[in-house]
Design a protein around this ligand. Structure first.
Ligand code: FAD
Ligand code: SF4
Length: 479
């Protein structure tokens, strides 16, 4: 797939891959062998009918291909961009045994983008294409969704289609969850997420933004005073983890969560036009080796490159294991390195050092060696004696993982949490320990993927509907 040139794109926030042309998409779809037992479908968490949509794409019926995907995946333009296809459908494609698998994700993205373009140009075609579905008669029951990430938005879409009144409560001023505040614009343009949310609003979903449920109003008040028949909790895993080393509270040190939220959601890169500032470091260090670290590093690179003086910054990923153990997708590492991000491997920060004004000026690090595999199966990093050194830095971004978002769960009686503070919910139905409350996505599984969050939302919506439609109401819960 064509991409923006790395030198050019390191200075802008425009999308990196440019997408297939129709000819490329048809050619790629033609490689599919139309397997009788398609292993690719087994590798897809929501079971997209891959050979069927590829056949329609190959035949040039792009609209029908879009409809086919939407039978099982409500957000194909998102998933075509951010799903880890190399470990899902594409890893199972029969062709991967001898050569390259069919590029299922890129084909999905092409079809979804085609649908969006035609819908935008010709709204009357929307229902036909599966864009905005026709409105459904109301059944008089209403549900609340807490959290407007992929899990919550999927529940909202499925329940409005079944005739329920749906209100989505979101803590931020914009819906989309990590799709909006975490994944950068150059990987997932915000207009795509906004478009999907608008489709829901057009179908009648009510959005209540800037509402921190558990603080402004509780789940029990929603159920008992506000007349909601059932609730879905999809509040994600947005609590950042820190390293716990001295100096971590110096100015100029951010969690990746805060840094990306400022940059993506609050447009810090257009300060002072948008009034959220963020440090534009000259020597940025990102601690961690996952996808979130790569996203933060690539944003930092762009922010530094956008410096009015024109001098590019240095951005280093500081990771305590070796390249083989990097948890990030290879494609992300490749993109980051192409854009000039450096990898400082087998290195661990031990202390952050500040200047007189309380700003970070350096990091004291030590070199690491790899020992025997630990519980995660990866070789354990061990400090090398007497290897300490100082690394100059004026901006540090810590991408060391995320924990359950506690704002709602800690303030809700009767909701059982596991020992890591995630909500305990049935794997197939999403039912929690609290009557009339379902949950799904990262707040149940821990930080996972967009498609798994959507899959959990779909399963919960199905079960919620089965219960409410079967006469379920307060007092006769099967819990
Ligand atoms: P979230 O997306 O976290 O949404 C939860 C929503 O609930 C948020 O909008 C939050 O503001 C809101 N909320 C929280 N508390 C409350 C409250 N008390 N009241 C009201 N609202 C509340 N996955 C991939 O598949 N591919 C990727 O490329 C990828 N990249 C990622 C990059 C980053 C930087 C991050 C952080 C994650 C990435 N992920 C990726 C993971 C993926 O985004 C998540 O697994 C997914 O978004 C989880 O969806 P969710 O709906 O459970 O939660
Ligand atoms: Fe096509 Fe590969 Fe799926 Fe077979 S496994 S149906 S070749 S995409």
């Amino acid at each position: 797939m064509p991409e923006q040139n790395p030198q050019v794109r390191a200075k802008n926030f425009l999308e990196v891959p440019l997408g297939y042309t129709p000819e490329m998409a048809v050619r790629e779809a033609s490689r599919c062998l139309q397997c009788k037992k398609p292993a690719c479908v087994e590798g897809c968490p929501v079971g997209v009918k891959i050979p069927e949509f590829l056949k329609l794409l190959k035949d040039g019926d792009f609209a029908a291909a879009a409809r086919k995907i939407k039978e099982t995946n409500a957000l194909p333009a998102v998933c075509g961009r951010v799903c880890p296809q190399e470990s899902q459908c594409e890893s199972r494609c029969i062709l991967s045994k001898k050569s390259e698998p069919v590029a299922v994700g890129r084909c999905e993205r092409f079809v979804a983008d085609f649908e969006r373009r035609v819908c935008a140009e010709n709204p009357v075609d929307m229902a036909h294409l599966g864009g905005t579905a026709p409105s459904v008669p109301k059944n008089g029951k209403k549900i609340a969704v807490i959290g407007a990430g992929p899990a919550g938005l999927t529940v909202a879409g499925d329940m409005i289609q079944r005739g329920y009144g749906v209100t989505v409560f979101e803590a931020f001023h914009k819906p989309g969850g990590v799709l909006m505040y975490g994944i950068p614009e150059f990987r997932l343009p915000k207009t795509i997420v906004e478009n999907e949310v608008q489709n829901l609003v057009k179908q009648g979903v009510v959005l209540e933004l800037n509402q921190v449920i558990g603080k402004t109003i509780s789940i029990d008040e929603l159920l008992n005073n506000e007349g909601f028949d059932a609730i879905f909790v999809g509040v994600g895993a947005g609590l950042p983890m820190f390293l716990g080393v001295p100096g971590e509270d110096l100015n100029g040190i951010y969690s990746a969560n805060e840094y990306l939220t400022r940059a993506n959601l609050m447009k810090a890169y257009r300060f002072p036009e948008y009034d959220t500032p963020v440090a534009q470091g000259k020597h940025v260090c990102v601690i961690g080796g996952g996808n979130v670290a790569m996203d933060a590093a690539r944003v930092a690179r762009r922010l530094g490159a956008a410096d009015p003086n024109g001098d590019a910054n240095t951005v280093k990923i500081v990771y305590r294991r070796s390249r083989e153990e990097l948890p990030a997708r290879q494609e992300e590492v490749h993109h980051a390195e192409e854009e000039g991000v450096e990898l400082l491997l087998l290195t661990n920060p031990q202390e952050f050092l500040g200047d007189e004004a309380g700003r970070v000026r350096a990091m004291r690090c030590c070199k690491m060696a790899l020992g025997e595999p630990d519980a995660s199966g990866r070789r354990r990093p061990i400090p090398v004696p007497h290897s300490e050194f100082e690394l100059e830095t004026d901006c540090v971004i810590i991408a060391a993982g995320a924990l359950a978002n506690p704002l709602l769960t800690k303030n809700t009686e009767g909701l059982t949490l596991n020992k890591r503070d995630y909500v305990v919910a049935d794997e197939t139905t999403g039912r929690t320990s609290k009557p009339r409350v379902w949950a799904g996505g990262d707040i149940v599984t821990g930080a996972a993927t967009v498609i798994l969050a959507m899959g959990a939302g779909r399963a919960a919506a199905k079960d919620m509907h089965a219960w409410l439609d079967g006469g379920g109401q307060r007092g006769n819960e099967p819990w």
